[in-house]
Each structure stands twice: as structure tokens, then as C-alpha cells.
Design a protein around this ligand. Structure first.
Ligand code: G4P
Length: 522
């Protein structure tokens, strides 16, 4: 098969949601369709707190398969599907955001009883920043949740994106009758035991369906759907691919109901690997030379195995095991012999990969997050990974002042690697670390001690709202001690506002000062 044909088969996506919306349950169902696991059931032990790591590890323990490794792939409907895990819960970190730079589309799961929640909103903003197509699955229809119209309005207003319901639910909770499938011109009826029957629209007026069609819940839903058809947005695949419109599906991941229908539609509509921006212009996914970028480095937390795995998103060409590639940042050449693909069953070693695939390679302590690897004589770098706004800030000092050399070296390297962000307080010059999630601090502390022999102490300064300032316009006298004025590692000024109130107060008083939010869509 040609490179182009291989690329056209790839569908690489991530599932994003707030904890408990149903990501694990949905993933499990998709793995089931992909024949990657044999039986699905509720993942037990979740609330016991015994599992400090990601859901995937829980699945692994429950199912006896190895999926810790963040990526799963399986063939489906002629496609080669890659699903990337976006760590949530206590694993939520910059890695979660960065994973989104390695996918071509995203499935956003929303709990119909809760609507849009904090973590979904953050992840959604990253998708919007990067123009990633978003498909929405509104879950838990087997429960009494918010009204479908209300949910659509919430998505449109809070997330500022057009919605197009691909299907429409008739009832919910105990009175759930099924869904109108607008795309497939049929009604998917919900029967006892969550069994689905598909009734084509043109057969709905037949007498055997009268029980269904004369049900007031059905009639009310049909009226609502007509309203949506008249007043709602038109479907536009281009708008979906541009990240301007989200197709919305309703269903229940647990039942499952509407999941296969969702997945079949999604897999056909979702984009195959798209061209990517680089310092030398646009790179086509089917160009002959291999290239890719590192979006995540996993240092093994087990001191007995100091190995580090770098995760590469293949963006172009063909990867062959044993091939030599050049690290664009330094020009150094590496032989990629210990490549691994992180699939279920084991960390299998892989022989080839194409654009859209994710490979894990052994990192001889040479790579950094954001690095580009290239085959041949090419010389370019993929667009820099963006800096994401941290939320949790802590002052950090060395426990033992005699170890300050190790301390500085460790911080410097870990910051450069992208494990955590470093800021310097303008007034006192102290080190302030910024992270998206607490886990980053645990990893930082552990690695400082084990890799650099430097014990660290943290002093929390709590959750802060960072806003960057336009260079050349920094008037230090405007910032009191409460809202910390800092510099990031590139020397840019930013302010760590104490809270929303302090931020708004400052904005009111100083309307001329431009405050830059890294999450703002440009
Ligand atoms: P997450 O990965 O997004 O955190 O969510 P997860 O799939 O673990 O689901 C969170 C809870 O919601 C689980 O229940 C799960 O069974 C339930 N759930 C998922 N999809 C649906 C759905 O369509 N309908 C209903 N009613 N529930 C759903 P739990 O009580 O936390 O776990 P367990 O005790 O059932 O194992």
C-alpha cells in the first residue's frame, strides 16, 4: 500500500471529558467494537482511591491487558483507529493538554445531567486554540438530565461553537424511547434490555409502530426536532473540520445505546491526518520522508529502570524500525531501534508507522518535548508546542542550601524538558513553579531527589490566574505584593492574580493595560 493510502486510513483522536462524565465507559465500548477487549463491564474499584494513575491502568488491571501506555489502536470499518488517552482526575497535567496537539480530532463527552463542567471547558479551549474538530457525545440519557435544547444552548453559549444535532432523543431516564437519527433517516428504538431496533423514517407511519408514534413523549420530541430543523444551523462538514461547528450525538455509553451509531458516523466524518505547519511551511502527511514531533516524555518512576520513553506523533512519511533520524534542534543523528507501539496486550515492538500513528521510542536523555525528528536532508521544525496556562503555583527552595548547585541544574533541566513551568518573582527573585495539575509537583519532587540529588521544599501560593503583559509596556508600580509580578523563562512579564476579583479590579482600574490570556483564541 502506498503512503497516501496508509494515511487515508488513519483516524487519530482523543476523548475529552470532565471526570465521571463517562470517558472510561465510552473507551471500553469502542475497544469492544474494535475487538481489543472481549467483555465490557463497569470498571470497579474506581472510587477506592487505590489507583493513583490513569483510568487506563484500571482497565488494564480489570481486563488483564496493558494499556497504561496512553495509546490504543485497532482496525475498524477499514480504518486504522488510534485513540490517545487524555489523563484526567489527579493525573491532569500539561501532558493532558499536549496530547491534544497530537490528534486530528476530539470526542467531547458531556454528562447530560451536569452539562459543561470545568475540565471539559479547559480541554475544549485548547481544541479551539488549535482548530481541532470536535464531536460531542451527550451521555447518560438513561438518567433524567437537562433538556436537549438547554444542553445545545449551553454548548453554544459557554463554548462559543455552533452545534448540529446529528440525532435527537425522544425522552430520557425511565421514559427514554430512542433517538431520531437525522443523518441515517431512521428512528433507533430503545427496547427492554437496551436493545436497539432501527426503523427507517418511511416505515414509521406503519401500524406496528403506532404505540411508539402516538406516545406523547415521541410527539413532543418530534415537534422539538422540527423546531431545531427550522431554526438551527445547517450542517457543514467544512465548518466541522475547521472546528467551527460540532456535530452532537445523544446516547448512553453505559447501556450502551446510540454508541455504535455515533462511532460509525464519527469514524466516517473525522479527518484523516492533516498537513502540519513547520518552519519550512506546510508538510504534507504523505510526503516521502519521515518526520514527527515529540509531544510527551514519560520518565519511568521506577528507580530500577531509569528508562524514558518519548512519544512521537508521526506527521509525514513512513517510519521503519531501525531507521536513522536527525534531531532537528541539534542536528544529531539517532538510530530508532527500540521503537515501541503502545497497544493493548503488550508494549509491542513495531516495524512501521505512518502519519497519524504514535510511536514510543527509547529516549537516551537527548530529547525534549516539542522536538522534531526528521529523515533525510530535510531541515525544519514543527510548529512550537504552545505554552499552556498553569493554575497551581508554588514557591520552591532547596532543602539543603549546600545542594543549591544540584537544585539549579535539576530545575533548569526539568523546566527545559517541559515537566513544569518556572517563573521568577520580580521583587524577590525567588523560584515559582507553575503547573496545570498537582501530579506535576509530585513528579518534579521525585525526579529532583532521584535524578539530581536535590531535595526540595514547596510553599504553596495557591491557585492563581496568570496574565501575560505586552512587552515594553510594563509599569511595575501598578502591581502590589498581592498580585505577583513575575518573569517567565523567556523573560516575558506576567502577573499572577490572586483571584478573578483581583483580576477584574485591576482591569477596571487600568483599562489601558493589555492582559494576555494564553487560552484566548486568536
Ligand atoms: P470517566 O472515565 O469520565 O471518569 O467516567 P466513567 O466512564 O468512569 O463513568 C463514571 C460513572 O458514570 C461510572 O459510574 C459509570 O458507570 C457511569 N456512567 C458512564 N456512562 C453512563 C451512562 O450512559 N449512564 C449512566 N447511568 N451511568 C453512566 P460509577 O458509579 O462511578 O462507577 P461504578 O460504580 O459504576 O463502577
Amino acid at each position: 500500500m502506498s503512503i497516501q493510502e496508509e494515511v487515508q486510513k488513519r483516524k487519530t483522536f482523543a476523548i475529552i471529558s470532565h471526570p465521571d462524565a463517562g470517558k472510561t465507559t465510552m473507551t471500553e465500548k469502542l475497544l469492544l467494537y474494535g475487538n481489543l477487549i472481549r467483555s465490557a463491564g463497569t470498571v470497579k474499584g474506581k472510587k477506592s482511591g487505590k489507583f493513583a494513575t490513569s483510568d487506563w491502568m484500571e482497565i488494564e488491571k480489570q481486563r488483564g491487558i496493558s494499556v497504561t501506555s496512553s495509546v490504543m489502536n485497532f482496525p475498524y470499518d477499514g480504518y486504522h483507529v488510534n485513540i490517545l488517552d487524555t489523563p484526567g482526575h489527579e493525573d491532569f497535567s500539561e501532558d493532558t493538554y499536549r496530547t491534544l496537539t497530537a490528534v486530528d480530532s476530539v470526542v467531547m463527552i458531556i454528562d447530560s445531567t451536569k452539562g459543561i463542567e470545568a475540565q471539559t471547558l479547559k480541554l475544549f479551549k485548547v481544541c479551539r486554540m488549535r482548530g481541532i474538530p470536535i464531536f460531542t457525545f451527550i451521555n447518560k440519557l438513561d438518567r433524567e438530565g437537562k433538556e436537549p435544547l438547554e444542553l445545545l444552548e449551553e454548548i453554544e453559549q459557554v463554548l462559543d461553537i455552533e452545534t448540529y444535532p446529528m440525532n435527537w432523543p425522544a425522552g430520557m431516564g425511565k421514559g427514554f424511547l430512542g433517538i431520531f437519527d437525522r443523518y441515517g433517516n431512521q428512528f433507533v428504538k430503545h427496547n427492554v434490555g437496551d436493545v436497539e431496533t432501527y426503523i427507517p423514517n418511511k416505515e414509521l407511519d406503519q401500524p406496528e409502530h403506532q404505540d411508539l408514534t402516538s406516545n406523547p413523549t415521541y410527539e413532543a420530541a418530534k415537534d422539538e426536532l422540527e423546531l431545531v430543523e427550522e431554526a438551527g444551523d445547517q450542517f457543514s462538514l467544512q465548518a466541522v473540520l475547521d472546528g467551527e461547528q460540532t456535530p452532537v450525538f445523544f446516547g448512553s455509553a453505559l447501556a450502551p445505546f446510540g454508541v455504535q451509531l455515533f462511532f460509525d458516523t464519527f469514524i466516517n466524518m473525522a479527518p484523516t491526518p492533516t498537513p502540519r505547519k513547520s518552519t519550512e511551511g506546510i508538510i504534507q502527511p504523505d510526503s516521502p520522508d519521515f518526520s514527527g514531533f515529540i509531544f510527551k516524555i514519560q520518565a519511568n518512576m521506577n528507580p530500577a529502570h531509569r528508562d524514558r520513553i518519548a512519544f512521537i506523533r508521526v506527521c509525514a512519511g513512513k517510519f521503519d524500525r531501525g531507521m536513522s533520524v536527525k534531531l532537528s534542534r541539534t542536528g544529531k543523528v539517532f538510530k530508532l531501534s527500540q521503537s515501541q507501539q503502545m497497544v493493548a496486550s503488550t508494549r509491542e515492538s513495531i516495524d512501521e508507522a505512518y502519519a497519524g500513528d504514535i510511536i514510543g521510542i527509547y529516549d537516551p536523555n537527548a530529547y525534549q518535548i516539542g522536538d522534531t525528528l526528521l529523515e533525510g536532508n530535510d531541515k525544519f521544525e514543527y510548529d512550537e508546542l504552545p505554552q499552556f496556562p498553569p493554575e497551581v503555583f508554588k514557591k520552591v527552595t532547596a532543602k539543603n542550601v549546600l545542594k543549591s548547585k544540584q537544585f539549579r541544574k535539576g530545575i533548569e533541566q526539568l523546566v527545559q524538558e517541559g515537566a513544569i513551568q518556572l517563573f521568577r518573582d520580580k521583587l524577590t527573585d525567588s523560584f515559582i513553579l507553575g503547573a496545570v495539575g498537582e501530579l506535576q509537583y509530585d513528579v518534579f519532587k521525585y525526579r529532583m531527589q532521584n535524578e539530581y540529588n536535590a531535595e526540595v521544599m514547596f510553599e504553596s501560593i495557591g491557585e492563581r490566574i496568570p496574565r501575560w503583559l505586552k512587552e515594553g509596556e510594563v509599569d511595575e508600580s501598578l502591581f502590589d505584593g498581592g498580585n505577583l509580578l513575575c518573569k517567565d523563562r523567556d523573560g516575558n512579564h506576567l502577573v499572577l492574580f490572586r483571584n478573578e476579583f483581583a483580576l477584574n479590579w485591576f482591569k477596571d482600574k487600568n483599562p489601558k493595560v493589555e492582559l494576555i490570556d494564553l487560552f484566548e483564541v486568536n
